[in-house]
Unconditional design. Sequence first.
Length: 123
Amino acid sequence: MSDFKDLAERYIATWNEPDANARRAAVASLWADDGTYTDPLASVAGHDAIAALIAAAREQFPGFTFRLLGPVDGHHDIGRFAWELVPEAGGESVVEGSDVAVVDGDGRIKGVFGFLDKVPASQ
């Protein structure tokens, strides 16, 4: 389980990484070459597409940061964790979700399956 906690912390840090080159390197370190990310709003495969998705989320929510929300759980090659997106200056979350990550034999992510539990109201 500690491996999944470390993986979840590195995953969240990747979403928070402001430098595009460092973020791309973090994606390459975390995900298998053919790794995927799927949530209700996106379905992408490969390092470039995952890095682009993270960049788009950061552009959509400038001044916000992702944080783990609660414990990380895992067994076999599957881990799950919840997260929240909060203003960097503090305050209530604007988005919350939970992700399930499947890893390969090397501990790299084969796939992330995300669920959005709280989203901003439509204007």
